[in-house]
Design a binder for this molecule. Structure first.
Ligand code: ARG
Ligand code: ZN
Ligand code: CA
Length: 237
C-alpha cells in the first residue's frame, strides 16, 4: 500500500492573447479541483445515485503546484499532434505531471497521453477556457473537470464506455458497460447495454457539473501504475 501519492505539477501556459495568459488564481483553482475530485471531497459527490454510492472512491492521489512557465506565442491553435510539447518540452516528466494550457482548436477541450508512452510527450493538454473554476472560462466546461478527465487518462483510465459497443470493456469491473458517450446532463437512470449508465463518472463526456465520481475499480487501476515495475513507479518515493 503506497498511502497518499502526491504528484507535483508543472503548468506551461502558452498564450497568443491576454485571455489565454490565465492567472495564477485560475491555475490554483484547477489544482484545487484535482485535489477535491481525486480525494472525493468534491461537494457534488453527494448527488451520486444510491445504486453507485458505495463505489465512490477516494483515490488517495493529491496534486501540488511545483511551477508555472509562461510562453507568449503567435500561434492561435495547437491541435492534438503534440506540437506544443515539442515547442515547450516537459520538465522531468518521470517525476512530474506536465500540463500545457493552450488553445487546441477544433472544439477539443483537452487530450492526454496514457502511461508507458514516450517521456517527450508525457502529460496533458487543456484549453485555457476549460481550465480551473475562475477567470477565462467557457460554460458548461467551467468546473475544472476536463483536467480531471485528462488526468484520469494520464493515470491509465479509459473512457467509461470502453470506446466501443456494449461488449467493449474499459478494463474496470465496477463501471457498468455502455455503448457510447453521454453528453449534456443526462437524467438518472439512463439505460444502455441492459444496465444503468454511470453517466456521472469523470470518464464520460457529460458537462462538468454532471460528472462527480471515480469508482473503486478505477482507483485500483490508477494506483497500479505506481507499483514497483509499473509505468509511473518512479513518481513514488
Ligand atoms: N474530449 C476530451 C477527451 O476525450 C475531454 C472531455 C472532457 N469533458 C468534460 N465534461 N469536461 O479527452
Ligand atoms: Zn477522454
Ligand atoms: Ca466496466
Amino acid at each position: 500500500n503506497l498511502g497518499i501519492i502526491n504528484i507535483p505539477v508543472y503548468v506551461h501556459v502558452v498564450y497568443s492573447n491576454s485571455n489565454e495568459n490565465i492567472s495564477d488564481n485560475q491555475i490554483n483553482s484547477q489544482i484545487d479541483v484535482l485535489n477535491e475530485d481525486f480525494r472525493a471531497t468534491n461537494s457534488d459527490a453527494s448527488q451520486v445515485p444510491t445504486e453507485f454510492a458505495g463505489l465512490v472512491a477516494d483515490s488517495e492521489i493529491t496534486f501540488s503546484l511545483a511551477g508555472v512557465f509562461r510562453h507568449s506565442n503567435s500561434r492561435t491553435s495547437w491541435g492534438t499532434n503534440d506540437l506544443v510539447k515539442s515547442t515547450y518540452p516537459p520538465i522531468t516528466p518521470e517525476t512530474h505531471l506536465n500540463i500545457w494550457v493552450c488553445n487546441i482548436g477544433g472544439g477539443i477541450l483537452g487530450y492526454a497521453q496514457f502511461p508507458g508512452g514516450p517521456t517527450a510527450t508525457d502529460g496533458v493538454v487543456v484549453g485555457p477556457n476549460f481550465f480551473g473554476t475562475t477567470g477565462y472560462l467557457s460554460a458548461p466546461f467551467d468546473e475544472g473537470r476536463t483536467t480531471t478527465h485528462e488526468v484520469g487518462h494520464y493515470l491509465n483510465l479509459r473512457h467509461i464506455w470502453g470506446d466501443g459497443r456494449c461488449r467493449q470493456d474499459d478494463f474496470v469491473s465496477d463501471t457498468p458497460s455502455s455503448d457510447g458517450p453521454n453528453y449534456g446532463c443526462p437524467s438518472y437512470p439512463t439505460v444502455n447495454c441492459r444496465s444503468n449508465d454511470m453517466t456521472m463518472n469523470y470518464m464520460d463526456y457529460v458537462d462538468d457539473a454532471c460528472m462527480y465520481m471515480f469508482t473503486e475499480g478505477q482507483k485500483s487501476r490508477m494506483r497500479s501504475i505506481f507499483a514497483s515495475g509499473g509505468p509511473r513507479s518512479a513518481m513514488v518515493n
